[in-house]
Design a protein around this ligand. Structure first.
Ligand SMILES: Cc1ncc(COP(=O)(O)O)c(C=O)c1O
Length: 458
């Protein structure tokens, strides 16, 4: 059969409330034109993030009841540790309450002022955590990864030449580790090939620089390798994931993505000294090392979720939903990042809103138009999230102006997607009627979460 169906039935539902266009405009005004500040009840289609927003399976709900809430050495921890080790093959496992806690403790324990941390592309929290300890995060994505029209299969790859140059320029002593993010959320959810991970590792090994994987979407990346990289068709997603982890010295993970959970994260590493330092920092900030800020029931749920994310049929369905939306938008000439990402469709706001310069945030204009016209909450991954304003008040834009429509896992059905297509089409037709924005209030780091915008007259 050609039709790919959802590999699940729906057992529980959650109501969606539609509010009128006038009410949405009012709500956005009250939220200072920043969709992060909207109440979720006013967002009928919420594509803000795929992080922690998925639906749990019956197996996960059942596992929740097995949660052992003992402070130390619980049976839930044992299951969690065994599952993480079976996938990563990495010696030391530490739970954290979410991905950024793992990043923050990694930065606190291993990074010092003046260090440089290369990555294919840092996610916003990773970047902010490195900046917060005085290090410089560098994005070394290939040129192809920066071209929304380039249909290369692995646009998340690290540029090996740029990495060599970076090591030559700064010297290995200033690089405590290099990161690689799979899939590359910042650059359109694009995958990294096994060959690239292996080549990065080989290069770093020559300089004694450890490789740390940001593994949030490791299962989606494994699926792309299975589908697109020569020699992997006959392998299971688990075997592919195991090979990916075999090339790294450590990894940070947000279980809110491919842990199919609503909360959680972890840090894994081989090195005993790294582990000792991480453990001590964890106890101070997150909790005892066998729960690390999570309830026993969360450890149970994520142990099940990690394995469910590696079920091939689940990944086939998930990627079919991305392709469905992407193809319909491309057919209407709507500019998108190609090919489809693992967890989202990314609209190319620079071309969608080509009458708005980066200094007036075309991505924010598109995000707000989608909300006003159809109640779709999306997120800007452009000059607000990845650009910054310097001490002279000059804005430094991001190389890409994207708007991400992130797909919560196992949540929306095909009619929801058909509705989204209708809304996006409407905004596309009226695009010249939307104007730019200015920031009137912003915090020093991670400004997109809480800054206030004002509309500029169009
Ligand atoms: C690539 C990547 N790294 C790190 C994080 C941070 O994870 P968390 O939100 O669990 O702190 C995210 C979250 O979206 C992400 O996409």
């Amino acid at each position: 059969m050609k039709t790919i169906i959802e590999p699940f039935r729906i057992k529980m539902t959650e109501p969606i409330h539609m509010i009128s266009r006038a009410e949405r405009i009012q709500k956005l005004q009250e939220a200072h034109q920043n969709v992060f500040l909207l109440d979720a009840e006013y967002c009928p289609i919420d594509l803000l993030t795929d992080s922690g927003t998925g639906a749990m399976s019956t197996q996960q709900w059942a596992a929740l009841m097995l949660g052992d809430e003992s402070y130390a050495g619980s049976t839930s921890w044992k299951k969690f540790e065994a599952t993480v080790k079976s996938i990563t093959g990495i010696k030391h496992v530490f739970p954290t309450h979410q991905g950024r806690a793992a990043e923050s403790l990694l930065a606190l324990t291993r990074v010092k002022e003046g260090d440089v941390i290369p990555n294919n592309s840092h996610f916003d929290t990773t970047r902010a955590n490195m900046l917060s300890v005085g290090a410089t995060p560098l994005d070394l994505l290939t040129q192809r990864g920066l071209d929304p029209d380039d249909e290369s299969p692995f646009k998340g790859n690290m540029d090996i030449e740029k990495l060599k140059q970076c090591i030559n320029t700064y010297g290995a002593s200033r690089i405590p580790f290099c990161m690689i993010t799979v899939t590359n959320n910042t650059g359109g959810g694009q995958p990294v090939s096994m060959h690239n991970i292996k080549t990065v590792k080989q290069l770093l090994e020559g300089y004694g620089i450890p490789l740390v994987m940001d593994a949030c979407r490791f299962a989606e990346n494994a699926y792309f390798i299975h589908e697109r990289e020569k020699g992997y068709r006959g392998k299971t997603l688990l075997a592919i994931a195991q090979e990916m982890f075999s090339y790294v010295d450590a990894a940070t993970m947000s279980l809110k993505k491919d842990g199919l959970s609503n909360i959680g994260g972890f840090f894994v590493c081989h090195d005993d000294l790294w582990a000792e330092d991480f453990k001590n920092a964890l106890i101070l900030r997150e909790g005892f090392p066998t729960y690390g800020g999570l309830a026993g029931r969360d450890l149970e749920v994520t142990a099940v979720g990690l394995m469910e994310a590696l079920v091939y049929e689940y990944q086939v369905y998930r990627h079919a939903t991305v392709e469905y939306l992407l193809k319909k938008l491309v057919a209407r000439g709507i500019p998108v990042m190609k090919p489809g990402g693992g967890h989202a469709v990314f609209l190319d706001a620079a071309r969608f809103m080509d009458h708005i310069p980066p200094s007036q945030y075309p991505g924010i204009s598109l995000v707000n138009a989608l909300y006003e016209e159809g109640g779709i909450r999306s997120v800007e991954l452009g000059s607000v999230m990845f650009g910054h304003r310097d001490e002279h008040g000059v804005e430094h834009p991001s190389p890409l102006e994207l708007v991400r429509l992130a797909f919560p896992r196992r949540v929306y059905t095909q009619s929801h997607f058909d509705y989204m297509i209708e809304v996006i089409k409407e905004v596309w037709q009226k695009r010249k009627s939307y104007g730019g924005y200015t920031i009137v209030k912003q915090p020093p780091l991670l400004r997109h979460f809480s800054c206030h915008f004002e509309k500029l007259s169009s």
